[in-house]
Design a protein around this ligand. Structure first.
Ligand SMILES: [Cu+2]
Length: 334
């Protein structure tokens, strides 16, 4: 037992390793913004390590060299008011701070430059308790939860919030920035490779904050154009393109459409569901499967505490099956 506590740090490391989610690390930067920010992290870390090593080396030297020996009454030479020393330990930190400040300030201005170019894409990201809305004004598209972007393209982002302060963070692509009600913050990012980049709200925004995850899905520019055009099509087109469970569509119209839009039709109180059938994740954090979808629709607050969605315990099994069939059929890329 006495030695067992020594294993605690190891257990802690193993426990924390379990927290890792794919692509949820700023230490594996993807794209120019994350890479530039990672360079600043490395620069700061290097300077800090040099300072620690030098200070500890001097400290160790001093406590060994000037330690009290038996019978030793000699007091070391006092350096109080020594001009040369004062200048040295004032100038060195100034130089180190300059090494930190110049690249940091330069990058801060570069990363704040949000300008539309010929092929840049603008996205208005609005945070809600507890979900994400992605509006593409150039395409007249609104999407929920999954932010589709074209690869190797400058994505200019406007951050807004509908209720309280949230914070938009896709660690692999860019540092976090706040969504503040009444204020529009701007940032940009670029993804070099196709794939799913995990995103997360990083500002405590209420009960369901810890489940306010989203995904950034980077696809090649042609696929993105197809996606955006199909997302923008009218409701009728969506119906034509998909094998609609007609009954499910009816259940949807009776219960869901006042808050959730499909195609151009429906409310905007909850996430847009035009491409729901293509999601890998339900409500930001649940595995996409029939059971999770049904449970969430019937008792949303049990899955996501604080969710503003109304509960629908009255939907029968038969209706639910049809509704899920319909939701499954909502695809824009197939
Ligand atoms: Cu939050």
């Amino acid at each position: 037992m006495r030695y067992l506590w020594r294993l605690l740090p190891l257990a802690f490391i193993l426990l924390m390793a379990g927290c890792g989610k794919q692509n949820l690390s700023a230490l594996d930067p993807q794209g120019p913004v994350a890479a530039a920010q990672f360079d600043l992290i490395k620069l700061s870390l290097t300077i800090m390590i040099i300072v620690i090593v030098v200070v500890f080396a001097i400290y160790l030297f001093v406590i060994i060299r000037f330690r009290e020996r038996p019978g030793d009454t000699h007091i070391p030479k006092q350096v109080h008011g020594n001009k040369a020393l004062e200048v040295v330990w004032t100038v060195i930190p100034i130089i180190l701070l300059l090494f930190l400040a110049v690249p940091n300030v330069m990058q801060t201005f570069t990363l704040a430059e949000v300008e539309d170019t010929e092929d840049s894409v603008r996205i208005v990201v609005t945070a809600h308790q507890f979900w994400w809305e992605f509006e593409y004004p150039e395409y007249d598209v609104v999407a929920g939860q999954d932010m589709y972007i074209p690869t190797n393209t400058r994505i200019n982002i406007e951050l807004e919030a509908s209720d309280v302060i949230h914070s938009f963070w896709v660690p692999a692509l860019a540092g976090k920035q706040d969504n503040v009600p009444g204020i529009t913050n701007e940032m940009w990012l670029e993804a070099p490779e196709e794939g799913v980049y995990q995103g997360r709200c990083t500002e405590l925004c209420g009960e369901g904050h810890w489940l306010m995850d989203f995904q950034v899905i980077a696809v090649d520019p042609d696929t993105f154009e197809t996606w955006a055009q199909n997302m923008a099509t009218t409701d009728d087109d969506v119906e034509e393109e998909t094998t609609v469970a007609v009954e499910g569509r009816e259940v949807f119209e009776q219960n869901c459409i006042s808050c959730h839009a499909v195609g151009g039709e429906g409310g905007n109180m909850g996430p847009n569901l035009t491409n729901f059938g293509e999601r890998e994740v339900v409500a930001g954090f649940l595995e996409y499967n029939d059971e999770n979808i049904a449970d969430f629709i019937r008792y949303p607050q049990e899955k996501k505490p604080g969710s503003l969605m109304q509960a629908f315990p009255q939907i029968t099994d038969e209706e639910m099956d049809a509704l899920i069939d319909y939701l499954d059929s909502l695809k824009v890329l197939d």
